[in-house]
Design a protein. Structure first.
Length: 336
């Protein structure tokens, strides 16, 4: 396996095998540095010596994937530092001091239902909070555990979807295997798929309609697995360069979401749609069912919408232009 090193290879949307490993390690190093700075800030706020805690996080093993729970606790610590709440800071520190190795690192992959892990709590709070997705009527999103009587059926369909991606695209499944530590299925409303730096490495997907056939459930999970994995790839890429310079106050018609979004969201959507088009195009070459063709046409239309919006209104950095310029190639469409 060749590992990409050049700027040209890094700043592209192409799912190149080995690229995720490079970006993921740099992402972990970035988190480690932020951890140590946050602990130093806590020392200043509380006037206490936290050398032992700093030592733990300065010695994190970069060759091992961090647990989504570790990222969730970091965000909890960061929010406590920003708010200056001494009681919350002390509470988070207690959790950190008692973390086990299995809570810091997450080896392998887990397919699961929602529970009360640190990551699950962080994502549920984010989704239902002011920054979370809203319905067109302003309704907040909600997340609940899936009823026990249907979870096995959903986990089986999700397993089948992972197999489809594995057989369809080596680059995309390489990203999935590198980044994704858990896939959590939830019941709820408004939110469908969620990934966040608040619990990096975790994918959260709402259960598909109970009226779906097995084929429809698998297609649903393939769509959202590719979508959310691509978000993780872009998050890891954007610690190296912001890619775009638009003001977040500017809102534009979005290709996926029903509500207007800042250019950051439009760029993310265009990036993930290029991969959704790619995987469904390749999958439909071996399966000409109307179901896949319908999905492909829908994603192509959304993708073109996103491309046109970014082309017309995006203020891109040099690296951002490189990534954006690769999207049509990623989608296996003729470059024009």
């Amino acid at each position: 396996m060749s590992v990409p090193q050049s700027t040209k290879e890094i700043f592209t949307a192409e799912p190149i095998e080995g690229k995720a490993e490079v970006l993921h390690e740099k992402f972990r190093i970035h988190l480690q540095e932020q951890f140590v700075r946050s602990i130093q800030k806590v020392e200043e706020l509380l006037s206490i010596d936290l050398s032992s805690v700093k030592r733990v996080f300065s010695q994190l093993e970069q060759g091992l994937p961090f647990s989504p729970n570790l990222y969730a606790l970091y965000w909890r610590l960061l929010n406590a530092v920003r708010s200056g709440m001494a009681s919350e800071l002390k509470e988070v520190l207690k959790v950190f001091i008692n973390l086990s190795r299995s809570e810091i690192y997450k080896l392998g992959f887990e397919l699961r239902s929602l529970d009360n892990s640190h990551a699950d709590i962080a994502i549920a709070e984010f989704v239902s909070g002011p920054e979370g997705p809203k319905s067109l009527t302003g309704e907040d999103a909600r997340m609940y555990p899936v009823p026990s009587e249907v979870i096995d059926l959903l986990l089986d369909s999700a397993e089948s979807a992972i197999d489809v991606v594995r057989k369809t695209d080596e680059g995309v499944i390489d990203e999935f295997d590198e980044y994704v530590r858990s896939l959590s299925i939830f019941a709820g409303k408004v939110a469908t798929g969620i990934t966040s730096v608040r619990a990096f490495g975790g994918i959260y997907l709402r259960e598909p309609s109970s009226e779906f056939s097995k084929a429809q459930r698998v297609a649903y999970f393939v769509e959202h697995l590719v979508h959310e994995t691509s978000h993780l790839q872009l998050h890891a890429l954007m610690i190296h360069d912001p890619l775009l310079l638009n003001d977040d106050e500017q809102l534009f018609d979005a290709p996926i979401r029903p509500d207007p979004r800042p250019m950051f969201g439009i760029f993310h959507a265009s990036f993930v749609l290029s991969r959704m088009v790619r995987v469904f195009r390749k999958w439909s070459q071996n399966d000409s069912s109307p179901l896949l063709q319908d999905h492909l046409r829908k994603f192509e239309s959304m993708f073109q919408h996103g491309l046109q919006t970014v082309q017309s209104h995006g203020v891109l950095t040099t690296a951002g232009k490189s990534v954006f310029g690769s999207l049509r190639k990623v989608a296996l469409m003729d470059v024009k």
